[in-house]
Design a protein around this ligand. Structure first.
Ligand SMILES: Nc1ncnc2c1ncn2[C@@H]1O[C@H](COP(=O)(O)OP(=O)(O)OP(=O)(O)O)[C@@H](O)[C@H]1O
Length: 231
């Protein structure tokens, strides 16, 4: 694949936290191309910069130095309005699944469509039901989060991230709260999306149990990439 067409292209990316005496560099000269439809695991010890890099690539943090091209758009110096438009093409899955406790599984997934504004409510419900069924939750659509297991809640959060057919999914430790089987199931679903819908996924993980499912494993240490392996 021509790397110019890659959905994520990172060049010479540096990042600092703090100001003055407290200023500390968190990322050092990161260069990376992520290919369409691939599932990439981002690994490394605590504090190595994984989340900082993920949030910069996901347009959730302002770039200071270097370049990130996300779906053909340069994120450096991008306006807030442009950022909102590009974020609509992305799906986010975080460890704390942030479901609304007062809303059913179906209603939580509908939020993933309603942030886009407009749309036919009946079609939206159909899409939400469909994605919940793919995730094995057909029987649970009217349940409140308090009545779902940890794995089921995480699958609802994934359904919410997937319902709008994102082109890129950014996941931060999506399996951390799950047992081995639920964790594998979740990553298998994400992997299938890569094959079926050409969805590209970047996943920060400490979970060795699911690494065999990744197409590529990038390891960071002290703010730099120290290894980059295809599996
Ligand atoms: N808001 C912040 N303010 C100051 N320093 C920060 C902030 N967030 C992260 N850092 C520092 O930046 C470095 C990278 O942190 P980051 O959270 O990206 O690492 P990580 O590899 O994701 O760690 P973990 O696996 O523990 O989540 C660390 O030294 C961390 O202390």
């Amino acid at each position: 694949m021509n790397s110019e067409n890659a959905p994520i292209i990172v060049k010479n990316l540096d990042y600092w936290f703090g100001e003055g005496e407290a200023k500390k560099q968190a990322l050092f000269d990161i260069n990376l191309d992520i290919h369409t439809g691939s599932l990439t695991a981002l690994m490394g010890p605590s504090g190595s910069g994984k989340t900082t890099l993920l949030t910069l690539m996901a347009c959730l943090r302002t770039l200071q130095c270097g370049s990130v091209r996300l779906l053909g758009n340069e994120l450096f110096a991008m306006t807030e309005q442009q950022q909102v438009i590009i974020r609509r093409k992305l799906g986010f899955i975080f460890q704390a699944h942030n479901l609304h406790e007062s809303l059913s599984a179906l209603e939580n997934v509908l939020i993933g469509l309603q942030v886009h504004g407009g749309g036919d409510p009946q079609k939206q419900k159909k899409a939400a039901r469909h994605v919940l069924s793919i995730l094995g939750l057909s029987e649970r659509i009217d349940y409140l989060p308090m009545n779902l297991s940890g794995g089921q809640k995480q699958r609802v959060a994934i359904a919410r991230a997937l319902v709008a057919n994102p082109q890129v999914i950014f996941a931060d430790e999506p399996t951390a709260a799950l047992d081995k089987d639920s964790g594998r199931q979740v990553v298998e679903i994400i992997k299938r999306l890569g094959t079926q819908r050409r969805t590209t996924t970047l996943m920060v993980t400490h979970d060795n149990r699911i690494l065999d499912l990744a197409d590529r494993i990038i390891t960071m240490e002290d703010g730099a990439i120290v290894s980059d392996e295809k599996t």
